[in-house]
Design a protein around this ligand. Structure first.
Ligand SMILES: [Zn+2]
Length: 94
């Protein structure tokens, strides 16, 4: 909401109208893409977001996925509006 407020005050009129919609579509696009990627992830090994080693996807849902990285251990990856949020867990903690 802070970002949208900034857009409303700093941008010209046409961008003021378009910006919230663009922002909304961007968010929906990210969510849609994430679900599509997630579906593919379950069958694939993906690069660890921290060290880029091949990691196995152990679980996932709309909000998050869990990776097993050989170096970093269990990673809990969630997506925020701007970027991925990665939480590192110890092995065996699910
Ligand atoms: Zn790693």
């Amino acid at each position: 909401m802070i970002v949208v407020g900034w857009m409303l005050t700093e941008r010209p009129l046409i961008q003021t109208i378009v910006a919230p919609f663009f922002f909304l579509f961007m968010v929906l696009g990210v969510l849609g893409a994430f679900q599509g990627i997630l579906f593919a992830f379950k069958k694939l090994h993906v690069g660890c977001p921290l060290c880029r080693k091949k990691s196995h996807v152990v679980d996932g849902n709309k909000q998050a996925i869990w990776l097993d990285c050989p170096d970093c251990g269990r990673l809990h990856v969630t997506h925020g509006l701007v970027r991925l949020k990665i939480t590192r867990c110890r092995f065996g903690q699910g």
